[in-house]
Design a protein. Structure first.
Length: 219
């Protein structure tokens, strides 16, 4: 899901939200799916620097790439347009239905990026673009380990997320989310079996919250 467009939601930090599960996230996004698609379901809202980074690291990988938490499928479609062997997965049926209609040549499925049935080392790359932001801190490591399991050695993962000086929850417009210090996210990727390749950060730009991207290689 692409959350780097201007956000109309509240931005205040919350002290201790209740634990969020996949069902909670799916229901929250389903309720707002049409509005989300209209406002954020286009590659035009993605920062050009981010598109260039995604293309540079995933556009030429040798093997299948999964857009994990693909939302309306706009970044999946972008990767397909530059010749990537890509598919998308998302928890939200409304997003997957839209993605299939908008990008009929691309495979999309309703499901989770941590689906245990996906074969080990079956992917050359994973795009996790704002698909980890709703995970509670004690859930993140398991999700990164699941991603590492399905990524082949030397495969690439690109993670986009909200950046902040400390890890904290805030009132996202759909359901509570987290901002992460880049160094902490990098450490968690390292613990899961990845080596950092590149990082990019942007501060506030108008209504856009501070943003970070980490690119890492599976070892």
């Amino acid at each position: 899901m692409d959350e780097t467009a201007p956000d109309a939601g509240a931005a205040g930090a919350t002290a201790g939200p209740a634990a969020t599960g996949p069902v909670d996230v799916q229901r929250a996004y389903s309720l707002l799916s049409q509005l989300y698609i209209e406002r954020l379901g286009s590659v035009e809202i993605v920062h050009p620097d981010d598109l260039r980074l995604i293309e540079r690291h995933l556009g030429s990988v040798d093997g299948p790439v999964l857009d994990a938490g693909c939302g309306p499928g706009h970044l999946t479609g972008f990767l397909d347009s530059i010749g990537c062997e890509v598919s998308g997965v998302d928890l939200v049926p409304e997003f997957v239905a839209h993605a299939r209609q908008a990008h009929p040549g691309v495979e999309f499925e309703v499901g989770s990026l941590t689906d245990a049935s996906r074969p080990d080392s079956s992917l050359a790359g994973v795009l996790a673009w704002y698909s980890l932001i709703h995970l509670d801190p004690d859930q993140l490591d398991a999700a990164l380990a699941a991603i590492r399991r399905v990524v082949a050695p030397d495969g690439t993962v690109v993670v986009g997320f909200f950046e902040g000086p400390v890890r904290e929850a805030f009132d996202h417009k759909v359901i509570h989310a987290y901002r992460w210090p880049v160094d902490e996210m990098a450490s968690r990727l390292a613990a899961a079996g990845f080596v950092e390749v590149e990082r990019r950060q942007r501060g506030h730009e108008g209504e856009r919250r501070p943003h970070a991207v980490l690119v890492a290689r599976a070892v």
